[in-house]
Design a protein around this ligand. Structure first.
Ligand SMILES: [Zn+2]
Length: 471
């Protein structure tokens, strides 16, 4: 199926069907995933992502879907390094890069070696995603044929796996299950512009959803998830060849998490994210977001804004009483499309085009944050990979040209991207890429922001020793 949002608008490199999580803990500001503390915390050894030694295996997944083929940007990193230095455009956010010592100058291995080491054990991921696809296909088929409230449900692929920037943990997946709804009324439930109450304007076409309205007439994510959870709990019993269980509900979290046994490998954990898709214009809070004109052009922006709107069941933690009736905008379909078509020229990173290091830079910063979070899980719990991804998207706009991200300039590009992120941390200001008034780095968390900023600076000035530490 198509994960890019609009039907038939498939990413240039094809659809994928299962997305492992590559996210850390923290209060998630905008991603589709439910971030959480890294599971490996406290474990004695972390499995090191193995180098790219095996070719992707493509097991036959049920439902005729192509299993996800992991592929990092690391192969491209071996391309000849033509050292062309692109100038920082005028008016760009000032970066402290001038004061940075280059990692190689500090005696550290080159960043591209770190990247090579980040390439996943491809076979592991491929096998795991085959299994996940099998289970999810079974569940979707059962839901669709039940004739109940969820019979219109579909699957949407989202997250780092589809964007080819997955860096570790092949055993964690997010699956967005999507319910198309003709029309919804959105009412902002706070000043972020990201969280909404949903109501039906008049009698909805989807009468089967009326049972999920709460006493105020708002669509209750909690009620929907509770029902979905019970159906899935029954249905996993009918899966014969794989051992699947539904994990116990966590207090305050409506998420449905499946656990799939995959011996002798570690269990696979799958978060099911209930998502609504409406074909209506994006709300006013997004009006000045997605400023991709300098990078991808006006036309592409217009096309993106014409795509469906997605809302995920997400508790707004700022609410005093958790009623389970808030929904958060999700743009993971657009993020995916931008990652997969990330060049200012159409041919960037195509076989006949210039190779850039955008994805490599994103992977490196994700890894840096992941590593730091392992070292300081409590102090950095507010941060998740969505912060890194958001800063990345802003960087793509600040440095819009493919030549700004020349593959041969990986160290330099990584440093300017990092410089921008540090700048955001120091100002406690990182606007959501699609909802500019929504600041992902609140001043309330200034102490955390300063702490992360210090840690990153420390890494930068010492050649990123943490890239080689094990936790
Ligand atoms: Zn590229």
């Amino acid at each position: 199926m198509d994960g890019a949002g609009g039907r038939g608008q498939q990413g240039r490199r094809g659809a994928r069907s299962a997305a492992p999580r590559g996210r850390g803990a923290g209060g998630s500001p905008g991603d589709t995933a439910t971030p959480r503390a890294p599971r490996r915390e406290g474990s004695t050894a972390r499995r090191r992502p193995s180098a790219a030694k095996s070719l992707p295996v493509r097991p036959a997944a049920s439902g005729g879907e192509e299993p996800p083929a992991p592929r990092g940007g690391t192969v491209a990193a071996r391309a000849p390094a033509a050292r062309r230095r692109a100038a920082v455009p005028d008016g760009a956010v000032a970066t402290p890069e001038a004061v940075f010592r280059s990692p190689s100058a500090a005696g550290a291995p080159r960043l591209r070696e770190v990247l090579l080491g980040l390439t996943l054990g491809r076979q592991d991921v491929s096998e795991a995603s085959g299994l996940v696809n099998e289970v999810v296909s079974h569940l979707i088929q059962a839901l669709r044929s039940s004739g109940g409230s969820f019979s219109s449900i579909e699957r949407l692929g989202a997250g780092s796996y589809y964007e080819h920037v997955k860096i570790s943990e092949p055993n964690e997946f997010d699956i967005m299950l999507v319910m198309p709804i003709a029309r919804l009324q959105l009412d902002e439930c706070d000043d972020t512009g990201a969280y909404y109450y949903l109501t039906f304007k008049r009698n909805p076409k989807e009468r089967y959803l009326l049972r999920f309205l709460d006493e105020e007439g708002k669509l209750s994510a909690f009620k929907m998830l509770q029902t979905l959870r019970e159906i899935i709990k029954q249905e996993v019993k009918n899966i014969k060849n794989v051992e699947v269980t539904v994990q116990r509900k966590k207090a305050g979290s409506p998420a449905i998490t499946l656990q799939i046994k995959n011996p002798p490998a570690a269990d696979i954990s799958v978060d099911i994210i209930l998502t609504l898709e409406v074909q209506q214009s994006w709300p006013p809070s997004t009006q000045d977001g997605l400023k991709i004109e300098p990078w991808l052009g006006r036309k592409v922006r217009g096309e993106f804004r014409n795509r469906s709107l997605y809302l995920v069941a997400k508790q707004n933690k700022k609410e005093k009483v958790l009623r389970g009736n808030t929904w958060r905008l999700s743009f993971s379909h657009i993020e995916k499309a931008m990652m997969n078509n990330h060049g200012s020229s159409k041919t960037c990173c195509e076989s006949d085009g210039l190779k850039c290091c955008r994805k490599s830079c994103l992977k490196l910063l994700k890894y840096l944050l992941e590593q730091l979070k392992m070292k300081y899980p409590k102090k950095l719990e507010k941060f998740c990979s969505y912060h890194v991804k958001t800063a990345f998207l802003h960087s793509c706009v600040i440095w819009p040209n493919d030549t700004d991200w020349h593959l041969g300039d990986l160290d330099h590009c990584f440093q300017k991207y990092l410089g921008y992120f540090l700048d955001c941390l120091q100002k406690s200001q990182l606007p959501h890429f699609f909802i500019p008034k929504y600041n992902l780095l609140s001043l309330e968390d200034k102490a955390s922001n300063d702490f992360l900023s210090r840690q990153i600076n420390n890494q930068l000035n010492n050649g990123f020793p943490i890239f080689h530490e094990r936790f």
